[in-house]
Design a protein around this ligand. Structure first.
Ligand SMILES: Cc1ncc(COP(=O)(O)O)c(C=O)c1O
Length: 382
């Protein structure tokens, strides 16, 4: 990923920065859309994973729609030319202003997460003289076998509507003249690498959707959300997620009724591997029985390790000296500002470049100015 010319280019740049390999992004999208077309599915890219405008342009040009979780994401998707009929909008806490943005934008569907939300959308749609299309985000009570902070489909999670509420939800919809129910939505978590979770999801969807069809409610759309994981430990051997295996499992296990449309909301699996956070080593400091490699990039630039105990491959891309062990940390005044413990890296010195790999998803978008640090800018391979 980092050839001589790329490293030469890095020399003139102020670190830390995000570096995006756009050819890998395009290759990933090609493989993804090939599967989507094969099965006649619909895809809405989850902007929350990475909302860089150049990246979004490439994703839009590949034919994907947009999955948004805020009014500003909806506005950005519309501004960049994503077709309104390909935009979906989820989130447990949509504000009135955000709902109005989406209603005025005539998006495809709100993925609704509660009865009070449906009531508010109904009222706002009525005041604008519109009918809001909604899908119900269902909480299927499935453990996605991923980090607890990115599990979203268990009964105790704040997301979605549980089965015991279905009667009241349907009652609310039936008395809401400005709401049209068009489908069911599911998203059970992120960085899911155990593909059997998706088989289980398909089985649960079948049971849950039957509840509605038994009541005479036609489910025109099923949205299975995102969640497919990537290989953080070895981003080079298989940089593109196993889309074929994933869609094969879905196609085999999901019961689809005639005319029903199937939707997905991939985020991480599209953008994670094309991005790296490039930093320089500020100091190598001796600790008790260890060496710290202190980078100029910190948790303010990439919070995943501090937030979810996530681990990214750390690569000294300057040195080729003998391999030693380092605790790789950032400059922020928090002990959780650490990218890895006991990391094997070639002899590391002040000024070396360290690449934090697989940082294209939930990296730059979560950047913050804690300690009044500057936000890391981005550069592209093209
Ligand atoms: C509703 C919704 N859809 C899709 C995604 C994208 O998930 P992922 O990046 O794991 O594919 C998320 C992220 O958690 C989400 O909250």
């Amino acid at each position: 990923m980092f050839d001589k010319a790329t490293l030469g280019r890095f020399e003139s740049l102020q670190t830390p920065f995000y570096y995006y390999d756009l050819s890998l992004l395009k290759e990933t999208l090609e493989k993804y859309t090939k599967q989507i077309k094969k099965y006649g599915y619909h895809a809405h890219y989850a902007l929350k994973a990475n909302a860089d405008e150049r990246i979004l342009g490439i994703i839009k040009d590949a034919g994907l729609g947009a999955d948004c979780v805020s009014g500003n994401e909806v506005a950005l998707a519309l501004k960049l030319g994503f077709a309104p009929e390909k935009i979906v909008y989820a989130g447990v806490g949509k504000s009135d202003a955000e709902i109005i943005t989406a209603l005025k934008g005539d998006i495809f569907a709100f993925n609704c997460e509660s009865i009070p939300e449906i009531e508010v959308i109904n009222g706002l749609a009525a005041s604008l003289g519109k009918v809001a299309r909604i899908s119900l985000r269902i909480n299927p009570d499935i453990d996605a076998h991923t980090h607890k902070y990115i599990s979203t489909g268990r009964a105790q999670d704040k997301f979605g509507i549980s089965q015991w509420m279905f009667d009241s939800v349907l009652e609310t919809i039936n008395k809401s003249a400005n709401i049209k129910l068009i489908g069911l939505h599911f998203h059970v978590g992120s960085q899911i690498t155990d593909l059997s979770v998706f088989k289980l999801l398909c089985e649960r969807i079948d049971v849950l959707q039957k509840w509605f069809t038994d009541k005479g409610v036609k489910i025109e759309n099923l949205n299975l959300g995102g969640g497919l994981g990537i290989d953080y430990s070895d981003p080079d051997t298989a940089p593109i997620a196993d889309f074929e295996g994933y869609f094969n499992i879905i196609a085999k296990n999901l019961k689809v009724s005639p005319g029903q449309k199937i939707h997905f909301e991939p985020g991480r699996a599209i953008v994670a591997q094309c991005g790296s956070l490039i930093s320089r080593v500020l100091y190598v400091k001796m600790g008790k029985g260890k060496k710290f490699a202190i980078l100029d990039a910190g948790m303010n630039d990439l919070i995943r390790p501090a937030l979810y105990q996530a681990s990214h491959k750390l690569q000294n891309i300057t040195s080729s000296g003998r391999v030693l062990k380092y605790d790789v940390v950032g400059p922020i005044c928090e002990s959780s500002d650490r990218f890895g413990k006991n990391i094997a890296m070639p002899l590391t010195r002040r000024g070396d470049f360290v690449a934090i790999r697989s940082a294209g998803a939930y990296g730059q978008v979560m950047g913050m100015r804690y300690n009044q640090k500057d936000l890391a800018p981005q550069y592209y391979s093209e």
